[in-house]
Design a protein around this ligand. Structure first.
Ligand SMILES: Nc1ncnc2c1ncn2[C@@H]1O[C@H](COP(=O)(O)OP(=O)(O)OP(=O)(O)O)[C@@H](O)[C@H]1O
Ligand SMILES: [Mg+2]
Length: 377
C-alpha cells in the first residue's frame, strides 16, 4: 500500500469517527451476573438518522435503550455520545428525550404543565417555557388542548403529548420504545407519519424500538435486526428485504419460502444445491462457501412465477401441486407443494390470470437463481 493511500485511509477513519453521533461498542448486559441478555451489541448511529431496533420479544431491545438512556449500566463495553464515553454520566445529564409504550403523563397536571416540566427541571425562564410549550403543542397539532388533563384526551392525543414532552427541551437524541404499541391500526399509521414528519423537520437523531416489521420498514433509515442480544444485520429497509444475510433475517422480515439441502458445487455467482427432496436448485451463495455445506434456500413468494410448459427462460423450474388458493383482493396467495415443501407460497397480483387455479391442479413454477439465496442452515 502506498503512503498516500495509507494517509487517505487514516483520514477516512477519523471522519467516520467524527460523524458518528451515538455508538454502542461491544456492549454486553447481564441482569443476574449469569446470563447475557445483550451479548455483543455494536451500533454506530449518524447524526439525524432514524435507526430502528427490530427483534422478537425478549431479544434485548429495551435493555439497549435503557443503557443509552442511563437507567441501566452495561456489564461490559462502552457507549459513546458525540464521541464521549457516557458510561458514568447520570440519565438527566445525557440530554436525551424518551417516549415509552405506556406514555406515563403526569395525570394531575394539564397538558401544558406536562410539557413545561422538563423545561422547569432545566431552569428555563418563565417566558422561554411558555414559548417552547406553545411551539411543542403546535408541532403535534394540539394547540387547543393545553389546559386539558391527560384523562380528557384520546389515546392518540395522549401519545402526541408524550412525543411533544420528549421533544420540548430540544434534545439531539430521542429514544422511543414501542411508542405506538397501545394504539389501534389507523391511529398507529397516523402517528407513524407524525413521527416521521417531526423527525424530518427537526433533524433529531432517533433510536426507535418496535417488533412490528412494517412499522420498521416504513419509518427507518436503517434497521438493526436483533436476536438473542446480537445484531443479525444492520441495513436499509430495502437491503434487509432484498438481501437478507442470514436465515433469521430472511424469516423475520417479510414472507419467505424455505427449502433445505446441501451445496453440491459452486459456479461463478451461483451454487447448485441438492434439496432433501432430491431436486437440484441453482441459487446465489450468500452465507455458504464450502462444498457439502448444509443450507436453507430463501425465496420471496412474489419472485416465484407460473411458467408455461415450453418456457425455459428461468434456471429453476419445477412441477407444483396447488393446495389452496386464497383471494386477498389486490393479490392471490397460492399454497403449493414444491420440492417436498407443502407450505410453498406463490404470491401473484390479481391482474395476472392466476384466477383459474384450483386445488389439486398441477402447474409449473420457476424462479431465477439470483432471487434464491443460499443462507445458513
Ligand atoms: N430488570 C430486569 N431484571 C432481570 N431481567 C430482565 C430485566 N429486564 C429485562 N430482563 C430480561 O432481559 C431479556 C431482554 O429483555 P428486554 O426487555 O430488553 O427485551 P425486549 O427485546 O425489549 O422485549 P419486548 O419486545 O418483549 O419488549 C429478557 O429475557 C428479560 O426477561
Ligand atoms: Mg421491550
Amino acid at each position: 500500500m502506498t503512503q498516500s493511500l495509507q494517509a487517505e485511509l487514516r483520514v477516512d477513519e477519523t471522519q467516520v469517527a467524527d460523524t458518528s453521533f451515538a455508538r454502542f461498542i461491544n456492549v454486553q448486559k447481564s441482569y443476574d451476573g449469569v446470563e447475557l441478555v445483550v451479548k455483543d451489541f455494536n451500533l454506530d448511529i449518524q447524526k439525524g438518522q432514524f435507526v430502528t431496533l427490530l427483534g422478537p420479544s425478549g431479544s434485548g431491545k429495551t435493555t439497549c435503550l435503557m443503557m443509552m438512556a442511563g437507567f441501566e449500566t452495561p456489564t461490559h463495553g462502552e457507549i459513546l455520545l458525540k464521541g464521549e464515553p457516557i458510561n458514568d454520566l447520570p440519565p438527566h445529564k445525557r440530554g436525551i428525550g424518551m417516549v415509552f409504550q405506556n406514555y406515563a403523563l403526569f395525570p394531575h397536571m394539564s397538558v401544558a404543565e406536562n410539557l413545561a416540566f422538563p423545561l422547569e427541571v432545566r431552569h428555563l425562564s418563565k417566558n422561554d417555557i411558555k414559548q417552547k410549550v406553545q411551539r411543542a403543542l403546535a408541532m403535534v397539532r394540539l394547540e387547543e388542548f393545553g389546559d386539558r388533563r391527560p384523562a380528557q384526551l384520546s389515546g392518540g392525543q395522549q401519545q402526541r403529548v408524550a412525543l411533544a414532552r420528549a421533544l420540548v427541551f430540544e434534545p439531539e437524541l430521542v429514544l422511543m420504545d414501542e411508542p405506538l404499541g397501545a394504539l389501534d391500526k389507523n391511529l398507529r399509521e397516523e402517528m407513524q407519519y407524525e413521527i416521521k414528519r417531526i423527525h424530518a423537520s427537526l433533524g433529531v437523531t432517533m433510536i426507535y424500538v418496535t417488533h412490528d416489521q412494517t412499522e420498521a420498514l416504513t419509518m427507518s433509515d436503517r434497521i438493526a435486526v436483533f436476536n438473542d442480544g446480537v445484531v443479525q444485520q444492520l441495513a436499509t429497509p430495502e437491503a434487509l428485504y432484498e438481501e437478507p444475510e442470514n436465515a433469521f433475517v430472511a424469516y423475520f422480515i417479510g414472507e419467505n419460502n424455505r427449502l433445505c439441502g446441501d451445496v453440491i458445487d459452486y459456479q461463478g455467482n451461483t451454487c447448485r444445491v441438492r434439496l432433501d427432496s432430491g431436486d437440484t436448485v441453482l441459487a446465489k451463495p450468500v452465507a455458504v462457501s464450502d462444498v457439502g455445506a448444509r443450507t436453507t434456500l430463501s425465496l420471496r413468494p412474489e419472485r416465484v412465477s407460473i411458467v408455461a410448459d415450453d418456457d425455459t427462460s428461468l434456471e429453476n423450474c419445477f412441477t407444483a401441486q396447488v393446495q389452496e388458493v386464497i383471494y386477498l383482493g389486490d393479490h392471490l396467495r397460492t399454497r403449493l407443494s414444491v420440492c417436498g415443501n407443502d407450505e410453498f407460497i406463490l404470491k401473484t397480483p390479481n391482474a395476472e390470470g392466476t384466477a383459474g387455479l384450483r386445488p389439486g391442479q398441477t402447474i409449473k413454477v420457476g424462479w431465477s437463481s439470483s432471487d434464491c439465496r443460499a443462507l445458513d442452515a
